[in-house]
Design a protein around this ligand. Structure first.
Ligand SMILES: NC(=O)c1ccc[n+]([C@@H]2O[C@H](COP(=O)([O-])OP(=O)(O)OC[C@H]3O[C@@H](n4cnc5c(N)ncnc54)[C@H](O)[C@@H]3O)[C@@H](O)[C@H]2O)c1
Length: 245
């Protein structure tokens, strides 16, 4: 198994890609902390993990809340002893809202969840990882972090921020044994996009289809595992070729 005995926190793991990542990580032997605002959903995912013979723990967390984040990290260490992997997956979308229509409140909410929480969680787990000389972080960005018009103003800016932050951290902490990479998914079928995709064409995507959550989960396993040991600060698009044309 590719993540045998690794302890992984996955935020936003009650739904969509996060859920798929949690199930896939557990199948590869990881002890998975399913961290989400939606505790019922998180508990259901953990039940599914256990039904499949894996190990998991549901933790209620609002990633914008410092006390919740501290509790998430403490509960993980109290339960599983250490933190090897973090997947910063929790995120919200702004439904393509342009700058003039984006209120300051909406901007702050998107930034607090999509970007600031990534910085806060990283700062909470990095000291332990550095002490052990080992740790992996996978940030779920978006192709909206690479090109324009795959989101609104705040979403696009926040995901560009996630990519910039990933590169910064990767450059600074690689020598301490920390490996940090980002995934930039294109349009993926999840509860977040379900409604929107009913009317969205696929013809601008060379593969002429949307992606599936389990395809992103597969990439997350690779980036979390030792197979990607020489990758650091990489931003990997998984978008059916959308960003090459
Ligand atoms: N679906 C896509 O097409 C797509 C494309 C590119 C990037 N992404 C990114 O992938 C990630 C996952 O997206 P998804 O499509 O699976 O979404 P989703 O809505 O299915 O799942 C997101 C999860 O995050 C949780 N969450 C939201 N706010 C939270 C908070 N404040 N604290 C804790 N948990 C919170 C939700 O409860 C939910 O379980 C997001 O970061 C999103 O921006 C999605």
């Amino acid at each position: 198994m590719r993540l045998q005995e690794k302890v992984a926190i996955i935020t936003g793991a009650a739904s969509g890609m996060g859920k798929s990542e949690a199930m896939r990580f557990a199948k590869e032997g990881a002890k998975v902390v399913v961290a989400d605002l939606n505790i019922d959903g998180a508990e259901a995912v953990v039940q599914e993990i256990k039904d499949n013979g894996g190990q998991g723990l549901a933790v209620k967390v609002n990633v914008t809340d410092n006390a919740d984040l501290e509790n998430m990290v403490k509960t993980t260490i109290d339960t599983f002893g250490q933190i090897d992997i973090v997947v910063n997956n929790a995120g919200i979308f702004d439904k393509y809202t342009n700058s003039l229509e984006t209120t300051e409140e909406q901007w702050d909410l998107i930034f607090n969840i999509n970007l600031k929480a990534v910085y806060k969680i990283t700062n909470l787990v990095l000291p332990g990882m550095i002490e052990r000389g080992n740790g992996t972080i996978v940030n779920i960005a978006s192709i909206a972090g690479l090109v324009a018009q795959m989101g609104g103003a705040a979403y696009t800016a926040s995901k560009h921020g996630v990519i910039g932050y990933t590169k910064h951290i990767a450059a600074v902490y690689a020598s301490k044994g920390i490996k940090i990479n980002a995934i930039a998914p294109g349009t993926i079928k999840t509860p977040l996009t379900e409604e929107m995709l009913k009317t969205r064409p696929t013809n601008k995507i060379p593969l002429d289809r949307f992606g599936n959550d389990y395809e992103v989960a597969e990439l997350a396993v690779f980036l979390a595992s030792d197979e990607s040991k020489f990758m650091n600060g990489a931003v990997v698009p998984i978008d059916g070729g959308y960003t090459i044309v």
